[in-house]
Design a binder for this molecule. Structure first.
Ligand code: UDP
Length: 490
């Protein structure tokens, strides 16, 4: 079908955060591999992040991808110059300014859209204005939320039925109405923009606009596969009243070492060194610990994690979002700061590898030595864990991560919760070392671990099948391209 799609031109507008830029770039590559012309529209400082992913892949069809940058109005929105990525927002109080800047992007983006008139726009859902922009020029606008159908359903059911308004305390559990699976939450795991969703804060308004925009869109693309969450995929389609296409896990597009190792930032470890370390370990014997690109912990929490890992007796790779210092003296000073127990690295020389900064996550997860994943339940990480067939310790922090935790632990039964009980923006809830040790042992050793691992491996195989020719995700992508082609008369 490739030759038929040569004239189809799709714009991709990813939200400027790693959790959106990475899967959107993979998505553009998937379309390009089917002969579609893809233009990724981003901002000047995010452009290299996108181009690096594409350059590291040798696929000839990448020549169908074009990347363009439009100016991000950081200063105009009250942000420091160069603040173009959620990673670089200097303080939490400036988050609304970041969203303001994304709104201000509408006008220059529309000018660009008018000039190029693509056949379709696929936009990150935080650009809730994108549906209307596409509409103005008669272009079908598709939204990409970047999360699971399960959490989209949970979020929509929370908005519709507001069960949190019927409990009398923060810790009293309630069931999410009309969501299959008897999913229980407490008010503590909800962000304030969900608790007070009728207030007029920038974030609460933004959430409402996203839901409304999905309802007006041409449809919604989900980075997931039907076999993983069929009932929620069906329910979401019903709730949103639009077509949905489950075309993932898109990260499975990355087959070779170079592709798997180069996603997002420059990795802080050489991929060959990382593989050498992993290859020296037995299959399923290494626990990978990483909390995505945004979550942070206090020094005392990091110390608890270190002690929990040590007490668990497991091999581990632990990604700590601290960058390596420029010189040895500064590094020693940083290490002396209370975040590592004394002598930890020496004692863990054989068993543990700490990566300070950015890890080649997919490369690590896909290695056969990796047998478990402590994750913050960001959707990309969760799905990468599912694709790799590893059981998980779930440690949600913010965003929709507490919903994803329920999918992993309760619906799919491939993980155990570490016991994080409170939604916190960026800095994770505190969890004691004993709870960490216990959860780690539960996913790594014993009968329960084996059962979870078997289920996880089965899901991993199903994920791969979905992406292969004739698989559900591959067929969904074909169907979408077909629909867009016939719409544009090509
Ligand atoms: N990631 C990575 N190395 C790291 C941290 C994150 O490659 O050290 C990638 C990870 O594989 C995933 C993305 O960054 O694709 C993070 O997205 P996710 O939705 O899991 O979490 P977020 O960062 O948005 O909270």
């Amino acid at each position: 079908m490739n030759s038929e799609n040569h004239n189809l031109h799709i714009f991709f507008l990813p939200f400027p955060g790693h959790g959106h830029l990475i899967p959107t770039t993979d998505m553009a590559r998937l379309f390009a591999a089917r002969g579609v012309r893809a233009t990724i529209v981003t901002t000047p400082l995010n452009l290299p992040l996108v181009s690096k992913i594409i350059e590291k892949s040798k696929a000839p069809s990448n020549s169908n991808i074009n990347i363009v940058a439009i100016k991000f109005p950081s200063v105009e929105a009250g942000l420091p110059e160069g603040c173009e990525h959620v990673d670089s927002i200097p303080s939490m109080s400036l988050i609304p300014n970041f969203f303001k800047a994304t709104s201000m992007l509408q006008e220059p983006f529309e000018q660009f859209l008018q000039q190029h008139r693509p056949d379709c726009l696929i936009a990150g859902a935080f650009f809730h204005w994108a549906t209307d922009s596409a509409d103005k020029f008669g272009i079908p606008g598709i939204l990409f939320h970047g999360t699971s159908s399960f959490s989209l359903c949970a979020s929509e059911c929370m908005r519709l039925y507001k069960p949190h308004k019927n409990v009398s305390s923060e810790s009293e559990p309630f069931v999410i109405p009309n969501l299959p699976g008897e999913i229980k939450l407490t008010r503590m795991v909800l962000p304030e923009y969900v608790i007070n969703d009728d207030d007029e804060s920038e974030l609460a308004r933004g959430r409402r606009k996203i839901m409304e925009s999905a309802g007006r869109s041409f449809g919604v693309i989900v980075n997931s596969f039907c076999g993983l969450e069929q009932i929620y995929a069906d329910l979401y389609q019903k709730l949103v009243g639009k077509k949905t296409w489950h075309i993932g896990p898109v990260s499975l597009l990355n087959k070779d070492i170079e592709e798997k190792a180069n996603r997002g930032k420059q990795a802080s470890i050489n991929e060959q060194d990382c593989l050498k370390w992993l290859d020296s370990k037995k299959p399923d014997s290494v626990l990978y610990v990483c909390f995505g690109s945004m979550a942070n912990f206090t020094d005392s929490q990091l110390k608890e994690i270190a002690m929990g890992l040590e007490a668990s007796g497991q091999n581990f790779i632990w990604v700590v979002r601290r960058t390596k210092k420029a010189n040895q003296q500064e590094q020693e000073e940083d290490d002396k700061q209370e975040w590592l127990p004394e002598g930890f690295e020496k004692r863990m020389e054989e068993k543990g590898l700490i990566i300070r900064g950015w890890a080649p996550q997919v490369l690590i997860l896909d290695n056969e030595a990796t047998g478990g994943f402590v994750t913050h339940c960001g959707w990309n990480s969760t799905l990468e864990g599912v694709s790799a067939g590893v059981p998980m310790v779930t440690w949600p922090v913010s965003a929709e991560q507490f919903y994803n935790e329920k999918l992993v632990t309760q619906v799919l039964r491939i993980g155990v919760p570490v016991g994080a009980k409170k939604w916190v923006r960026v800095v994770g809830d505190s969890v004691q070392k004993e709870a960490i040790e216990k959860a780690v042992r539960r996913v790594m050793v014993g009968e329960e671990a084996l059962e979870m691992r078997n289920r996880a491996k089965k899901l991993g195989s199903m994920a791969k099948e979905a992406m292969e020719e004739g698989g559900s995700s591959s067929l969904a992508l074909d169907a979408l391209i077909q629909e867009l082609s016939s719409r544009s008369g090509q």
